[in-house]
Write a protein that binds this ligand. Structure first.
Ligand SMILES: CC(C)(COP(=O)(O)OP(=O)(O)OC[C@H]1O[C@@H](n2cnc3c(N)ncnc32)[C@H](O)[C@@H]1OP(=O)(O)O)[C@@H](O)C(=O)NCCC(=O)NCCS
Length: 168
């Protein structure tokens, strides 16, 4: 099923968009979009970007906020090249989800690349994009894009932003 065609735009979340029909197969990720995200955006604790199918239907979304990563959690070969601060600045993609109707068509990958480019072109420095995978299957998705596990946390992964090309 594809309502309104394949998503072609990734834009900042707006309350006018239709999120009530969004179902990714993860109740917490659905609930967050239906009930919580608008308030968190107003309070500036998260930013949210959505893929739109047609004018208003949300086909997928991700959230971004600042974070920091303890230097000790990075692999030694990467940490050795960084200044000896206790932690390095990062951007966290706390959530990423695609609606059932649009899965397996490249939208999750397109959202992830959009998030990486958005983070990489920020004027505020961040060493890496970090993600919290909700389970092993989600971690495998990120590993497909060469994300690396943080020490001791197989579900927390990162990708250095210096490796990301960011046209536009
Ligand atoms: C994980 C999720 C975002 C993937 O979205 P999607 O639109 O189905 O994925 P895509 O079609 O864009 O897949 C892009 C690539 O990733 C690969 N891929 C997808 N899911 C994968 C997985 N679980 N493990 C490994 N690779 C995976 C695809 O094979 C594809 O590879 P290719 O580009 O080489 O052909 C989606 O399944 C989802 O919303 N799941 C529920 C919520 C979730 O797990 N979120 C993740 C973070 S908590």
């Amino acid at each position: 099923m594809s309502v309104g065609g394949l998503p072609s735009r990734i834009v900042a979340f707006a309350a006018a968009f239709d999120r009530s029909t969004f179902h990714s197969g993860s109740l917490p990720l659905d609930h967050y979009l239906h009930k919580q995200v608008a308030q968190e955006i107003r309070r500036r604790v998260t930013a949210c970007f959505v893929a739109l199918a047609g004018d208003r239907r949300i086909a997928g979304y991700y959230t971004l906020a600042t974070a920091s990563v303890p230097l000790a959690d990075l692999p030694g070969d990467i940490a050795r090249k960084l200044p000896r601060y206790a932690a390095v600045p990062a951007i966290r993609m706390g959530r990423l989800a695609v609606d059932h109707a649009f899965k397996g068509q490249g939208l999750g990958g397109a959202l992830l690349i959009n998030a990486l480019r958005r983070a990489a072109r920020s004027e505020i420095a961040a060493f890496a994009l970090v993600v919290d995978a909700k389970d092993a299957a989600a971690a495998a998705f990120y590993q497909h894009y060469e994300f690396i596990e943080l020490a001791g946390s197989p579900l927390k992964l990162f990708l250095p932003l210096a490796t990301v090309r960011h046209p536009g």
